[in-house]
Ligand binder design. Structure first.
Ligand code: PLP
Length: 443
């Protein structure tokens, strides 16, 4: 097809060769490039996230009427979401709301209280906390530090404590670092999805309290999966999560955040260098104004009624299921998946309940990406790790049924056989039967 087919293009490309198609009556068919309608297949989202979105969430998105962001039911929906979010997080924090976008959007709002020169200790143990550490260095860097290395500033006021991939961050490490550095802020991920490790959030909160440090936590992977109440962790003043993992609302909606009064006071004193991602200004649209809940929010930026309806339904589903029940279901099914892949000769190095991170049997080490690519090409969406070492990650977000886990196990076994592994199906079937016989009988 000739790419210079329109009069406009010919005019500005006069010296280009004439295009024979231009003389045809249907020349306009060739001018702007319109692709066939985009069809995205249904895949099994068996990775670290996004999780499988409930049909009720998608129906709410699609069936909501067109309404602007100040229409009464949209505003009421946002206020109700705010109230449900407080229950989901287990908090009385007034400043609990959603930030339009993904996990990093909520994290950015949280990190916006960090100002250039602020002293921060950031604990990292994998891809995501590593990126959070980068975001923190970008906020805390002085103008000179940022200019010296704009995409990777080395901020002298930030201490990054790097814990190796595959290792959890423990209380002793946190305690020692906070005692030594006495920062204003400390940061850690609750669950590090890159390496599949859970970190000691109790030890983190206690050390923050003891050393009068304000703790910030990336709870992107744990909210809606783990059974925890943030008000049980008084040393942690700021939390941020995402829509599409434990809350299962991939029609990208809102990243839940929650800020304690101490964080808000620090923010009021120091300000933040953002209008759109300012925690106090963003909160207004959710009906949190001047330290009080108000009946309806006031304009901060445009919100989508479709997104509000979808998010509202996702929160209703989560609370109906209950956080405690979800946490038990994740733990139960993760154990089955873990035992099944262990029966295939894999070594599991993670301790999250929504994700299994594993090493292939020795003979197949180095072929992780090949295995993952083969699975993905067949609509079985597992993942490799994104930073070294290369491992395989299989997630079960919202895949909490014997049928779903059995399918994942059998597909993974098939892929292993494709690599040339000898996988004993009867051993796998025995694991599945042992855990699921009564569950299947009850269905
Ligand atoms: C997924 C993830 C993120 C990034 O979230 P996005 O929604 O991709 O922006 C950050 N931190 C952790 C711990 C995660 O698991």
């Amino acid at each position: 097809m000739c790419q210079f087919a329109t009069g406009f293009h010919l005019a500005i490309n006069e010296r280009r060769p004439a295009c024979p198609a231009y003389s045809r009556v249907d020349a306009d068919m060739t001018d702007t490039q319109i692709f066939p309608k985009l069809e995205i297949p249904e895949t099994i989202a068996a990775g670290p996230g996004p999780g499988n979105t409930d049909a009720r969430v998608l129906a709410s998105f699609a069936n909501s009427g067109l309404a602007d962001h100040m229409q009464a039911d949209v505003l009421r929906g946002m206020v109700e979401c705010k109230l449900m979010l407080r229950q989901l997080w287990g908090t009385d924090n007034l400043h609990t709301f959603g930030v339009a976008g993904t996990g990093f959007s909520g994290l950015d709002v949280m990190f916006n209280a960090i100002l250039p020169g602020d002293r921060v200790v950031a604990f990292t143990n994998g891809t995501f906390s590593g990126l959070d550490g980068l975001a923190i260095r970008m906020k805390a860097a002085t103008a000179q530090e940022l200019a010296a290395e704009p995409l990777n500033p080395q901020a002298a006021s930030v201490t990054v404590i790097e814990i190796p991939h595959g290792t959890s961050i423990d209380a002793a490490t946190i305690e020692a670092a906070l005692a030594t550095h006495a920062p204003k802020w400390a940061f850690m991920a609750h669950w590090e999805t890159g390496s599949g490790r859970t970190n000691d959030v109790r030890g983190f909160s206690d050390a923050c309290e003891k050393h009068d440090v304000m703790g910030m936590v990336d709870a992107v992977s744990s909210l809606g999966v783990a059974d925890f109440r943030i008000d049980d962790y008084p040393g942690i003043v700021a939390w941020a999560s995402c829509p599409q993992k434990g809350v299962c609302c991939l029609p990208l909606t809102y990243a839940p955040v929650s800020f304690a009064d101490r964080y808000i006071e620090a923010l009021k004193a120091g300000g933040a260098r953002s209008y759109v991602h300012h925690p106090l200004l963003e909160a207004r649209h959710w009906g949190i104004v001047d330290g009080k809940d108000v009946e309806a929010g006031s304009y901060h930026r445009t919100h989508s009624g479709y997104a509000v309806a979808a998010f509202h339904e996702a929160l209703r589903i989560t609370l109906q299921h209950t956080v405690a029940r979800r946490a038990r279901d994740y733990a139960f099914h993760e154990k089955v998946l873990r035992q099944a892949v262990t029966a295939m000769g894999c070594e599991v190095t993670s301790d999250m309940t929504s994700l299994v991170v594993l090493n292939l049997p020795g003979d197949f080490a180095g072929r992780e990406k090949e295995l993952v690519q083969t699975c993905r090409a067949q609509g079985f969406g597992i993942w490799p790790t994104l930073s070294e070492p290369v491992q395989v990650r299989i997630g079960i977000l919202n895949l909490l049924t014997p049928a779903a886990i059995t399918d994942i196990v059998n597909r993974f076994a098939q892929a292993m056989r494709g690599l040339g592994a000898k996988v004993d199906q009867s051993a796998i079937d025995a694991v599945l039967a042992r855990h699921y016989r009564s569950a299947i009988a009850a269905e």
